[in-house]
Design a protein around this ligand. Structure first.
Ligand code: MRU
Length: 372
C-alpha cells in the first residue's frame, strides 16, 4: 500500500542487516510517520504490548520476526530453553488475537526440524518472511472474494456509491499489506466501483479516527469519519449498504471476537437487515474452540486509554490531555464477541462462507476434528 505515493509494508527486515526489523510505529499516526527499528525479542514484546504495532495479522507477523531475533541471540548450549522462553514472552503480550500464538508455534515447529544452530537460525528467518508474505497474499485474496459482494450491491444500486461501514482498523496497518476488512474495498475502488466508507472513530484507542481514516485518505477512497454511536442511526435511514469488519479470533463455529463495540454494530445491522460481513485470513481462526463468549480471552487495558486522549495540540505538538475526572473508576475491555447468528458471511482467502461450523470446515477440511 502507498504512503504519500511510496509503497510500504507495515514490517520488513532491513536490506543491509537482517538482524534489524523495521516497523511503522503506529502510535504517532496520522500526524507523524515514524519508522522504528527492533533488534531484540524484548523490543518486539514491548512494540506489541504497547501497540507500536497492532492488529491481528501484524502482531502475528511481528511475533514471527521476534522469534527470528530470538534465534540469533539464543546460546548454543540452551537454544531450546531460550526459544521456549521467548515464545512464552511473545504470546503473553496480548491475549485475544489468535495470530500471535499461531505464528510463534509455527516458528517453534519449524525450528525443531533443523539440527544445527546455523540451520535453525536460517529457518527462523525464512519462516518469519514466509508468515509476512503469506499474510499479504491472503489479504489480497480476501480482497478478490469480497470485491464480488460489493460489485453485486453496486449493480443493485445501478452504480451509485456502495456505503460500507467499518469499525476499528482492519486495514493494511493491521496486517502486512492490504488489510482484511479494507481489502475488498481497495479492490472494488481499484476496479472503478464507487464506494464510500463510514469510519467508526473506535473509542478508546481511536484506531478508526487515527488509522483507518488516514489509510483511506492515502488510497484515495471516499470516506466519512463518524462518532461510534452514529452507525445505528445511519442504518435506520438506509445510509449503510453493508458492514465489513475484521476479527482478532474467530471460533470454528463462527463466533467472532473483534474490537469492542463490534457486537452493537452487528445488532443494529441485524435489526435493519444490513448485511454484516467479517473478513479474516485463516490464521485468525481458533480451530480448538466453538463458543466464543465463554472461550475467547478478552484483553483488558489501562483505564488511562479512556480518561486521557493523545493528539496534536494547537501548537501542532503531540500532546496528551485528561478528559475525565482524574480519580474516575474505569474498565477498558479491548474486544467483544459477536455471535455467529448475527453474521451474514465470513470472507477468507479461500472464499465466502456462512459463519457455521459445517460451512467453515467445508472450506477448511484439514481442520475437521479427528475421529478417535
Ligand atoms: O487493539 P488492536 O488495535 O490490536 O485491535 C485489533 C483491531 O484492530 C481490530 O479488532 C480489528 O478489527 C481486527 S484486527 C485485524
Amino acid at each position: 500500500m502507498r504512503v504519500a505515493g511510496t509503497p510500504y509494508r507495515t514490517i520488513w527486515p532491513s536490506d543491509t542487516d537482517p538482524a534489524t526489523i523495521k516497523i511503522i510505529d503506529q502510535r504517532h499516526l496520522p500526524h507523524r510517520f515514524v519508522i522504528e527499528e527492533l533488534r531484540t525479542v524484548g523490543e518486539v514484546c514491548t512494540a506489541i504490548r504497547e501497540m507500536h504495532v497492532r492488529g491481528a495479522g501484524l502482531i502475528g507477523a511481528t511475533a514471527g520476526f521476534g522469534m527470528h531475533l530470538a534465534a540469533l541471540a539464543a546460546p548454543k548450549h540452551n537454544f531450546s530453553g531460550f526459544m521456549h522462553k521467548a515464545a512464552e514472552d511473545l504470546i503473553q503480550t496480548r491475549p485475544t488475537a489468535s495470530n500471535l500464538a499461531w505464528a510463534v508455534n509455527r516458528q517453534l515447529a519449524a525450528i525443531a526440524q533443523e539440527d544445527t544452530l546455523a540451520a535453525k537460525q536460517a529457518r527462523a528467518f525464512g519462516v518469519a518472511c514466509e508468515i509476512a508474505d503469506e499474510d499479504a497474499d491472503f489479504c489480497r485474496r480476501i480482497g478478490e472474494h469480497g470485491k464480488e459482494i460489493i460489485a453485486e450491491l453496486s449493480r443493485k444500486k445501478n452504480g451509485a456509491p456502495v456505503n460500507i461501514l467499518t469499525h476499528c482498523n482492519a486495514g493494511w496497518l493491521a496486517f502486512v499489506d492490504y488489510g482484511s476488512a479494507t481489502a475488498p474495498i481497495y479492490a472494488a475502488h481499484a476496479e472503478g466501483i464507487e464506494v464510500h466508507v463510514w469510519v467508526d472513530e473506535t473509542r478508546p484507542w481511536l484506531q478508526g479516527a487515527k488509522l483507518t481514516a488516514w489509510e483511506l485518505k492515502e488510497e484515495g477512497v471516499p470516506h466519512t469519519l463518524i462518532a461510534d454511536n452514529t452507525g445505528g442511526h445511519l442504518m435506520q435511514h438506509g445510509m449503510v449498504d453493508m458492514v465489513i469488519v475484521g476479527t482478532d479470533r474467530t471460533t470454528r463455529c463462527g463466533d467472532v471476537a473483534n474490537k469492542i463495540g463490534t457486537y452493537l454494530k452487528a445488532l443494529a445491522a441485524h435489526d435493519n437487515r444490513v448485511p454484516f460481513y467479517v473478513a479474516l485470513p485463516s490464521s485468525t481462526f481458533d480451530w480448538e474452540i466453538c463458543d466464543g463468549l465463554s472461550e475467547i480471552p478478552i484483553e483488558q487495558r489501562s483505564g488511562r486509554e479512556i480518561t486521557h486522549i493523545r493528539g496534536l495540540n494547537e501548537a501542532a505538538e503531540m500532546s496528551t490531555i485528561a478528559i475525565a475526572p482524574l480519580d474516575t473508576a474505569t474498565v477498558n475491555y479491548g474486544f467483544d464477541v459477536t455471535p455467529a447468528r448475527l453474521i451474514t458471511g465470513l470472507i477468507s482467502e479461500r472464499g465466502v462462507m456462512k459463519a457455521r461450523e459445517e460451512d467453515i470446515l467445508r472450506l477448511y477440511p484439514e481442520h475437521k476434528p479427528k475421529k478417535v
